[in-house]
Design a protein around this ligand. Structure first.
Ligand SMILES: [Zn+2]
Length: 325
């Protein structure tokens, strides 16, 4: 019997409102770091429990303890400072990392959180890191002579963390590179940096790429030296399948079936159709079924409802096609 169609998520889960409040209280000095940490642990345990209840196959810690996906790592890394708030995406402000010296990982970033999450479940929990290219692209650089030099130092630091996660027992490690698809001219650099970040890491390695200019970056994207590339399929009505028809997709694929930008809950039938269209071109053992992107922009309820539909759709297809986990 074929195996495959493992269900998972891209990484982030919605922060429950009480945790958002606690984070701002902490920022204003009204709540201790210890108390915030305790609330983050409780909420992380709840995210694990909820994923088990939904029946997902590969779990995540939900990243509830992270603010921004670059700042979280930069704050814990030698060589970075954090800027005053800068404006981005219209009216949103955020604090951006600034490289002011040689970038070095002096202590683990996420290993304790991974261990905590894994201690709450028998299912595998993915290690989740932000990739060297994206960390470089989304930071200011006041130290390095080139973008490449900065990305390669980041790759060394990320590789140390990925190896530490694998040594702690993580069997899946995802190194996200959402920035790749918007700068196709730097794909070669991104491939070199990500290659170093996962070199010698004994785990199934994955990367998430956001939707972008696939006319330019596909099939070159397949040179990314990871086992699984996670893509937003639903958001573009599965038009990437046309490209796979012209040039076969040769790796494992994280196959996004839920539009994370929409409040609307998908129907089971449309998710099934999307997966079945994929199965015309891909083998089940190549496919990891997940939402298009992180779920942090949805409410806790919306995320749960969407994932419930996804898991049910996969369960039915497994039964119909005789596919096992
Ligand atoms: Zn994305």
């Amino acid at each position: 019997m074929p195996r495959g169609l493992w269900t998972t998520t891209v990484g982030s889960f919605p922060k429950p409102p009480h945790l958002e409040r606690a984070r701002s209280q902490h920022a204003r000095g009204e709540l201790s770091a210890e108390k915030l940490h305790e609330l983050e642990r409780e909420a992380t345990a709840e995210v694990i429990r909820s994923q088990e209840e939904l029946g997902l196959d590969i779990l995540v810690d939900g990243e509830l303890y992270r603010g921004d996906m670059t700042t979280f790592f930069a704050e814990r890394t030698q060589g970075f400072e954090i800027s005053n708030p800068v404006r981005s995406y219209g009216n949103r402000y955020y604090r951006k990392p600034v490289a002011v010296g040689a970038i070095r990982r002096t202590a683990p970033w996420t290993v304790d959180w991974w261990k905590f999450a894994q201690s709450r479940t028998k299912k595998p929990v993915k290690g989740m890191l932000t990739g060297p290219y994206t960390m470089m692209d989304w930071s200011f650089n006041e130290h390095y002579p080139s973008r490449e030099a900065m990305a390669m130092d980041l790759a060394e630091a990320i590789r140390e963390e990925a190896i530490a996660l694998a040594e702690a027992g993580a069997t899946y490690i995802q190194v996200d590179e959402p920035a790749i698809s918007v700068r196709p001219e730097e794909l070669g650099l991104a491939i070199r940096a990500l290659g170093r970040a996962v070199e010698g890491v004994r785990a199934t390695t994955m990367t998430h790429i956001c939707y972008g200019d696939f006319d330019v970056i596909y099939p070159a994207l397949l040179d990314l030296p990871v086992d699984v590339i996670d893509l937003e399929m639903a958001n573009s009505r599965y038009d990437l399948l046309d490209r796979f028809r012209e040039h076969r997709f040769t790796k494992g694929i994280g196959y996004g079936v839920l539009d994370v930008h929409s409040h609307r809950i998908e129907t089971k039938e449309e998710v099934k159709q999307g997966i079945l269209r994929g199965l015309d071109l891909l083998k089940p053992e190549q496919m990891y079924i997940d939402p298009d992107c992180g779920l942090k922009t949805r409410t806790v309820e919306e995320a749960r409802e969407k994932l419930k539909v996804m898991v049910e759709a996969v369960r039915e297809i497994r039964e119909e096609r005789g596919i096992t986990v």
